[in-house]
Design a protein around this ligand. Structure first.
Ligand code: SF4
Length: 218
């Protein structure tokens, strides 16, 4: 059942979809994670030639079930870059190869009202794939990622998304895991290494953004 909150977010998200389209992104509004999966599988995939797929770390992407749906298609090769049985070096090599797939999925740390994507990455495979390499990119982002502007995006990422993301990796050792605040650390495990602001999609609609009217991801 739709709530007043859903209606509020729908209004804001609709404006953001238009802003994203003005910035040459393919842009879609999904009611929830299941609707997002339907949009990807039925409205985006049939219009782009896809033989290989990979992804950058994204809780939202996994929550939509898109990966499982794609795995049902025997004509699509899924390049696994997070398999537990891979060594660190093997994961890095696969993530390098993932930059050449036909279709790359990930999330976004923030999406501005003006239709920009703001991200902060540890290794760089996620922001690398957004910027260049994969022929097509699909970004899945919950409504909680919508912010006023780039300053608000960076504030959101520094003060919330990055510390929580560090806490998610129990084997890391960063000061924010103890304090819950960014300490602008020099830890070898620092997850905050490369910022990107994606102002526009080039070529037009190389990047599709599916905004989801549900709180998802960090
Ligand atoms: S810079 Fe360091 S302390 Fe700050 S959020 Fe990133 S990992 Fe945590």
């Amino acid at each position: 059942m739709k709530t007043d909150l859903d209606t509020y977010w729908k209004l804001r998200l609709e404006r953001c979809v238009q802003a994203l389209k003005n910035n040459h992104f393919g842009a879609w509004l999904a009611e929830n994670r299941d609707d997002a999966r339907s949009i990807v599988m039925e409205s985006i995939l049939p219009h782009i030639p896809v033989q290989s797929v990979s992804w950058g770390d994204s809780i939202t992407f996994h929550a939509t079930g898109v990966l499982n749906a794609i795995r049902q298609n025997p004509r699509i090769r899924v390049l696994e870059t997070f398999a537990q049985d891979l060594t660190f070096d093997e994961k890095i090599e696969r993530r390098r190869q993932a930059l050449l797939v036909d279709l790359f999925f990930t999330g976004s740390n923030a999406v501005t009202e003006a239709g920009q994507l703001v991200n902060l990455d540890m290794i760089g495979n996620r922001v690398g794939g957004i910027a260049f390499g994969p022929r097509h990119v699909v970004i899945l982002a919950g409504r909680n990622k919508l912010v006023d502007d780039v300053d608000a995006a960076m504030q959101r990422i520094r003060s919330y998304a990055a510390p929580v993301n560090a806490i998610r990796h129990a084997n890391f050792k960063t000061p924010c895991m103890k304090t819950g605040r960014c300490m602008d650390c020099s830890s070898p495990d620092r997850i905050c290494n490369t910022w990107t602001i994606t102002e526009k999609s080039f070529p037009r609609e190389r990047i599709h953004v599916v905004l989801i009217n549900e709180d998802l991801g960090l």
